[in-house]
Design a protein around this ligand. Structure first.
Ligand SMILES: C[S@@+](CC[C@H](N)C(=O)[O-])C[C@H]1O[C@@H](n2cnc3c(N)ncnc32)[C@H](O)[C@@H]1O
Length: 272
């Protein structure tokens, strides 16, 4: 692993404790209420339809809250993530929930050596691809895990939003970072995560921009057929301090600028 991803790993490992805390991802509700699923999966299930009886691979699954939500909807789930602490947390949640789920600790680019077989649905969402330096290789790996006749889904933060200056507390939408990919990542340093109140001693992280065209073309070149592309005005984390919480854990820009920039995109693709 290069120095950038080593730094990211320390950052992600450290975020886990805060995300598992009561003011984090709300894991207790997920464990205690068999009907409760994450808002991310609720929104995506509305687009993807029933997953009853399907095999689902969740890439960059973090602490497994979305992965286990798919399992509650009837899927047989496998989650992958490079953070040992996230994978340990996901396994402990699965055990508490009595769900038979596989969670695999692996760097994304090494996943084919650690996960066998193909899946009905390969799923990734919310804050995933910005951590990856090579979108072409990512798409090849994702496509490789899709069964013939199966589907691939990504919903992630929109790169047009990610190019904006998130340090502002007025409603000015000012471009600060590149929209198009550059091999050298952008360094961020933040002692707080997007959820929870823990202070991070590993605040540095590195992320890479990937334009919408790069993401789409990488998936097409990897042999997937694009079925649907959507852009949204909501986001499952608070990018700007001035965003409004429009439902539990779901944020949007104030109405006077809501139409100015998309906050997320999704792509549904299939494998012939
Ligand atoms: C924002 S989380 C995605 C989370 C998921 N949507 C959720 O909210 O639970 C990003 C995840 O990507 C993982 N990650 C970052 N870089 C990775 C890499 N190179 N290989 C595998 N996982 C990685 C992190 O450990 C983290 O769990």
């Amino acid at each position: 692993m290069d120095e950038y991803r080593t730094t990211n790993l320390a950052n992600w490992d450290e975020r886990v404790a805060g995300h598992m805390a009561p003011d984090g991802y709300g894991v207790d509700r997920l464990v205690d209420d068999p009907e409760h699923i994450t808002s991310v999966v609720r929104h995506d299930a509305a687009k993807l339809g029933s997953v009853e009886g399907l095999t689902v691979l969740h890439s960059q699954c973090h602490i497994g809250t979305d992965t286990l939500s798919w399992a509650k909807l009837g899927a047989t789930v496998t989650g992958l993530d490079f953070s040992p602490k996230a994978i340990a947390a996901a396994r402990s949640l699965a055990e508490r929930m009595g769900i038979d789920a596989a969670f695999v600790e692996t760097e994304l680019y090494d996943a084919p050596s650690h996960i066998e077989g193909t899946f009905d649905l390969v799923y990734t969402s919310v804050g995933a691809i910005c951590w990856l330096p090579d979108i072409t290789k990512w798409a090849e790996i994702m496509a490789g895990f899709v069964k013939p006749g199966g589907r691939f889904w990504i919903r992630d933060s929109h790169p047009a939003l990610m190019a904006l200056d998130d340090g502002r507390d007025d409603t000015q939408l000012i471009v600060r970072y590149p929209y198009f990919h550059q091999p050298k990542p952008i360094n961020f340093s933040d002692t707080e995560s997007y959820l929870g109140t823990a202070t991070l001693v590993n605040p540095d992280s590195y992320s890479w921009a990937h334009s919408i065209a790069d993401v789409m073309n990488a998936l097409i070149d990897a042999g997937l057929v694009l079925e649907r592309f959507d852009e949204y005005q909501h986001l499952d984390w608070q990018f700007f301090t001035f965003m409004e919480e429009i439902e539990d854990g779901v944020w949007a820009l104030p109405e006077n600028v809501r139409d100015n920039v998309p906050t997320q995109f999704s792509i549904l693709a299939s494998k012939p």
